[in-house]
Design a protein around this ligand. Structure first.
Ligand SMILES: Nc1ncnc2c1ncn2[C@@H]1O[C@H](COP(=O)(O)OP(=O)(O)OP(=O)(O)O)[C@@H](O)[C@H]1O
Length: 385
């Protein structure tokens, strides 16, 4: 990814938020035991993590980077942070960076925020926290024990200079109109600007104004599997600006209804499952920042294989045929198994039935199935076999 390739290696390579960056350097210069930790607050992709890492490097600290999900509960905090806080001399000069602290809230919090606040009150090593927003109640309590430094979106004129420099280094061009659109769309977020540019320049239908339009799901899936390179596929993926749930479902249905060998199918479904878990996590925690990882999971589905064509979230033809001929038996199997699995019948039919039928066809798996579900489905399995 260009956003990693061009992660600034020196503080002077960074753009924007000059005053905030100077305050961090000053804080490091004056740091002594008991100095209030820092909280960097600002929208994503503007360099909060980068400046923390670069200043730590400059002051020769060994940065221990954590995410809010690592410090969710009191026991996790103690388990992870105690060795760092307690063995300062063995570890050299450690410091702690905790990203996404605004993510510690709600049901998932088992005393994590409270335990963290205790540590922040008496810091034995430099601690820097980062958050997108500081308005929640939890953040208000954290703010009482830290020094807050605000970061603002990067202004367009700086983004333009930065972007033109990257384009030059990559030896590629983008029309002046496209540059303005990219900058406008990224709203001061450097990472998003770089990602969008990479997808436009290396991707599907490059350098035309059309690539700013989101492609529809059908064209997107077909173009993705038809793409001649990984970069082109990534471009297609980023141009499919549709609801993430629809995106995952469309890949799922297109893959399960294609004529792939079992090994490839299993590999691709494993990836879909990772995407689904990520989406589930986003919905549960409402942490929409995690969405930026979705495309990076889905890109691993890429294989230049035209056997995979778009298919609506639907059942496969063989399955539809079976239901047509074995309708009654399958209905009865579904209603019994859906209840046992605590699923609605339609969820069962869409998600589980294809695999159950696959298992029934295979002798060994069929025995496993009977063993797991016992007499609940024995009769139905016999009928379908
Ligand atoms: N001020 C900046 N100057 C130059 N590049 C930047 C700047 N901010 C971000 N970037 C680019 O964006 C990428 C992500 O930046 P970084 O992780 O520091 O953002 P962040 O503000 O910590 O975002 P998040 O809150 O999402 O973690 C970097 O790898 C770099 O390529």
């Amino acid at each position: 990814m260009w956003s990693e390739k061009y992660r600034p290696q020196n503080i002077s390579d960074m753009i924007g938020n000059e005053e905030s960056r100077s305050s961090i350097i000053e804080w490091f210069t004056k740091w002594k035991k008991g100095t209030k930790p820092l909280l960097l607050v600002g929208p994503p992709g503007i360099g909060k993590t980068t400046i923390a890492y670069l200043t730590a490097k400059q002051f020769q600290y060994d940065m221990v980077g954590l995410n809010a999900s690592d410090v969710r509960s009191k026991s996790r905090i103690n388990e992870i942070l105690s060795p760092v806080l307690g063995n300062v001399s063995i570890l050299g000069l450690p410091m702690i960076f905790i990203d996404e602290v605004d993510g510690i809230h709600g049901r998932g919090d088992y005393g994590g925020a409270e335990a963290l606040i205790e540590i922040l009150k008496e810091p034995t090593i430099p601690i820097i926290l980062a958050a997108n927003s500081d308005t929640s109640d939890k953040m208000k309590s954290i703010k009482k024990v830290v020094k807050t430094i605000s970061f603002k979106p990067i202004p367009p004129r700086l983004l333009k200079i930065y972007l033109e420099n990257i384009l030059k280094k990559e030896n590629v061009t983008l029309s002046p109109g496209s540059i303005i659109k990219v900058i406008d769309r990224s709203r001061g977020d450097v990472r998003s600007m770089i990602n969008l540019t990479q997808s436009l320049v290396t991707g599907f239908n490059p350098q035309t104004e059309k690539s700013f339009e989101s492609i529809n799901v059908e064209d997107g899936i077909n173009a993705f599997f038809k793409a001649n390179s990984f970069d082109e596929a990534r471009g297609v993926l980023y141009s499919m600006q549709i609801d993430p749930r629809l995106k995952i479902d469309a890949f799922y249905s297109s893959i399960v209804t294609s004529n792939l060998d079992n090994q490839t199918l299993a590999k691709l479904l494993e990836i879909i499952s990772e995407a689904d878990i990520l989406y589930g996590k986003i919905m549960k925690t409402q942490n929409w920042r995690l969405l930026r990882y979705l495309n990076e999971i889905l890109i691993r589905l890429y294989l230049n294989d035209e056997r995979i064509r778009y298919s609506q979230y639907n059942l496969s033809w063989p399955l539809l045929n079976r239901i047509r001929w074995d309708g009654k038996k399958i209905k009865s199997l579904s209603s019994v198994m859906a209840k046992t699995l605590h699923l609605s019948s339609s969820a069962f039919v869409t998600i589980c039935l294809p695999y159950i039928l696959f298992c029934i066809k295979n002798k060994k798996l069929s025995l496993d199935l009977e063993e797991t579900f016992g007499d609940v489905i024995e009769k139905e399995i016999e009928l379908i076999k």
